[in-house]
Each structure stands twice: as C-alpha cells, then as structure tokens.
Ligand binder design. Structure first.
Ligand SMILES: [Zn+2]
Length: 105
C-alpha cells in the first residue's frame, strides 16, 4: 500500500480529499487555501500511532488551524493520562508514608 511518504501518492491523496470534501476543512468547513492558517493539511482520522493507515479511508483534509488544535488536544489527553499515572504512584502506600514523614517535619 502506498504511504504519504510517497510524494506521488501524497499529491493524489490531497487531490482526492480536496475533491471529496469540496475543498473544505473536515472540522470547521472553512475553505482550504494554499497558504495561511487555513492551508490544507492531511489528517489521519485514526492516528498513525494507533495503527491508522495512510489509506484514503483514514485520511481527511483539515485546515492547518484545526490540525494544530487537534494535535494540542491529543497532547492534553496524553498529559491527563500521565497525571493519572503520577497520582497513582503518589497514592501508593510507601509514598503516602513519605508524605506523612515530610509533613511531620
Ligand atoms: Zn478547519
């Protein structure tokens, strides 16, 4: 299967997505432009990290603005997960003991 690393496939995918979405961003429906904050970017509906493919079925055209926003949201989700992991460690008995010791000082 071709991947987006292939410039020919990338060009094809951009053309196809642009056509499929009538040249509009999948999230905000703004018209995609060549440059600026609404310039077209290719978005993976299922993240590549999660096994998403460079298949047209998994791709969508999004403006740069929305693409950035989504990236930030994904980072926020990741951060929340990390916070959870940290608080799970903090609430382990050994660390609670440390905390008591620290507050006794
Ligand atoms: Zn958008």
């Amino acid at each position: 299967m071709p991947t987006l690393r292939d410039s020919q496939y990338r060009a094809f995918a951009r053309r196809e997505l642009h056509r499929r979405q009538s040249g509009r961003c999948i999230y905000c429906s703004r018209e995609l432009t060549k440059t600026g904050p609404t310039r077209m970017t290719i978005e993976h509906l299922k993240a590549k990290m999660k096994g998403g493919k460079d298949d047209l079925k998994n791709l969508a055209a999004a403006c740069f603005h929305c693409n950035q926003l989504r990236g930030q949201q994904m980072n926020a989700t990741k951060q929340r997960k990390e916070v959870k992991a940290v608080s799970a460690r903090v609430s382990s008995p050994a660390l609670r003991q440390d905390a008591r010791d620290a507050s006794a000082v």
